[in-house]
Design a binder for this molecule. Structure first.
Ligand SMILES: NC(=O)c1ccc[n+]([C@@H]2O[C@H](COP(=O)([O-])OP(=O)(O)OC[C@H]3O[C@@H](n4cnc5c(N)ncnc54)[C@H](O)[C@@H]3O)[C@@H](O)[C@H]2O)c1
Length: 361
C-alpha cells in the first residue's frame, strides 16, 4: 500500500492507495479513535457494488454501522439531501465522536464532508472515493459542499477528512467515460507541476486503458502528492491553491452554458486546458509546440479539446466573469509557462480570450 501524507498540523491525514484494500477499512478505522457508532453514506449504484464489503469490514472491526443511501446524481447534491442525512444520523443517535464514511464519487464525498462539518458542529469523516476524479482530486483537500439552485458548489465549507482510503480495484466497474473524465485531472497535474507525469501519460496509453494496477497506482499517487503539497501550503485558496484551477476558468463556463448536461467535469476541463494553453501562447508565455503536445495528449485519451458547436463566445466570457473564482469581476487564469509550470494571471484583455476561441491551429 502507498501512503501520501497531507500535512496540515493537527488536521494532517493519510491518503492510502492500494489494490483490493476496501476490506481493510474497518481495521484502519480502529486507529482513528472514534466512537463505535458509524454511518456509510453512498448511492444505490456504488452501494450495490461495494457496500457489503465495506460494511462487513467495519462491523467485523467492532463498529456499529448504518448505511445511508441517497439517490445517484449531481442534482441530489443539495441542501434537502443534507437535511435527510442529518435526520438519519440523529435518529440513529450518532454522537460527536462518531464518524461518517463517504463511499462513492465526488458527489457523495462533497455531501458527506459538508454533513460532517456541520453535524453537531463537526464530526470526523473518511473518504472512500470510487471514481478516478474523486481519487485524484475531490476526496483530497477538504473542499466540501452542495449546490444551490442559483449556482454550483455555492454552499460549502473547508473541512478535512481524517483519512482517504483509495481502492484502485473499484475503477474496474467505473464507466469508461467517467474514467477518462478523471484522467483529464491527472493530465492537469502533469501540466501544472510534473513534466515527468505528463511524459508518462504520453508514453503509456495502453497501460492506462487496460487499467494496469501499477500504472494506476503511480498516476493516482503522483496526483495525490501534488494536490497534498499544494493544499498543505495553501489550504483555503488564498494564493497557490488556485493553480489547481488550470483549465477550470473556461471549463466551468462551458459546464454552465451547457447546463451541466453535455459534458462531464473532466471533459469541460480538457477543453479549458487547451484554450488556456492557447491564451498563454498568444501572450507569448508558452510555446506553440507545447500547446500542440497538450492537444495531442487530450486527443490520445479521447478527451475533447475543440470549442463545442453552438456555444456563444460572449455568453461564455460573461459567464467566466460571474464565476466564484473571478475576483470583483476580474478574470483570473492559470496559464502554463512550460509543461510542469503554471502562473496565475489577472487582467487579461477580453479581446485576447475571444480571439483564442476563434483562432484555429
Ligand atoms: N471537493 C472538491 O475539491 C471537488 C473537486 C472536483 C470535483 N468535485 C465535485 O465532484 C463531483 C463529481 O464527482 P464524480 O466525477 O466522481 O461524479 P459522481 O460522484 O457523480 O460519480 C459519477 C458516476 O459514477 C458512479 N460510480 C462511482 N463510482 C463507481 C464505481 N466504482 N463503479 C461504477 N460506478 C461508479 C456514480 O454512482 C455516478 O453515477 C461534482 O459534484 C464536483 O463538484 C469536488
Amino acid at each position: 500500500m502507498e501512503i501520501v501524507k497531507v500535512k496540515l498540523k493537527d488536521r494532517s491525514y493519510d491518503i492510502c492507495i492500494g489494490n483490493k484494500i476496501l476490506k481493510g477499512i474497518g481495521q484502519r478505522l480502529r486507529s482513528i479513535g472514534i466512537s463505535p457508532k458509524t454511518a456509510v453514506i453512498s448511492n444505490p449504484t456504488v452501494y450495490k457494488l461495494y457496500g457489503k464489503t465495506v460494511l462487513d469490514s467495519i462491523r467485523s472491526s467492532g463498529f456499529d454501522v448504518i448505511p445511508i443511501i441517497i439517490p445517484d446524481g449531481e442534482r441530489y447534491k443539495d441542501i434537502s439531501t443534507v437535511e435527510g442525512i442529518y435526520g438519519e444520523l440523529l435518529k440513529h443517535r450518532l454522537d460527536r465522536k462518531s464518524a461518517i464514511i463517504a463511499l462513492g464519487g465526488g458527489v457523495i464525498g462533497d455531501i458527506t464532508g459538508f454533513v460532517a462539518s456541520t453535524y453537531m458542529r463537526g464530526i470526523s469523516y473518511i473518504q472512500v472515493p470510487t471514481t478516478l476524479l474523486a481519487q485524484v482530486d475531490s476526496s483530497v483537500g477538504g473542499k466540501t459542499g452542495v449546490n444551490h439552485k442559483l449556482g454550483k458548489n455555492m454552499i460549502g465549507t473547508f473541512y478535512q477528512p481524517k483519512l482517504v482510503w483509495i481502492d484502485i480495484d473499484t475503477l474496474n466497474t467505473l464507466p469508461k467515460r467517467e474514467f477518462l473524465s478523471g484522467l483529464a485531472e491527472v493530465i492537469k497535474y502533469g501540466v501544472i507541476k510534473d513534466k515527468g507525469l505528463f511524459g508518462f501519460l504520453e508514453n503509456n496509453p495502453e497501460k492506462i486503458f487496460s487499467l494496469n494496477k501499477n500504472t494506476l497506482s503511480y498516476i493516482i499517487k503522483r496526483s495525490c502528492e501534488i494536490k497534498a503539497e499544494v493544499v498543505s501550503k495553501d489550504e483555503r485558496e488564498s494564493g497557490l491553491r488556485a493553480i489547481l484551477n488550470y483549465g477550470h476558468t473556461i471549463g466551468h463556463a462551458i459546464e454552465t452554458v451547457t447546463r451541466y448536461k453535455r459534458f462531464l467535469h473532466g471533459e469541460a476541463v480538457a477543453i479549458g486546458m487547451y484554450f488556456e494553453a492557447k491564451i498563454a501562447e498568444m501572450l507569448n508565455f508558452f510555446k506553440k509546440r507545447n500547446v500542440l503536445k497538450i492537444k495531442a495528449l487530450l486527443d490520445s485519451y479521447g478527451l475533447p479539446s475543440e470549442m463545442p458547436s453552438g456555444i456563444n463566445v460572449n455568453t461564455l466570457t460573461t459567464c467566466m466573469k460571474l464565476d466564484k473564482k473571478a475576483v470583483a469581476g476580474e478574470l483570473r487564469f492559470i496559464l502554463p509557462e512550460k509543461i510542469g509550470k503554471v502562473n496565475i494571471q489577472k487582467g487579461i484583455d477580453i479581446k485576447i480570450i475571444r480571439e483564442a476561441f476563434r483562432i484555429k491551429d
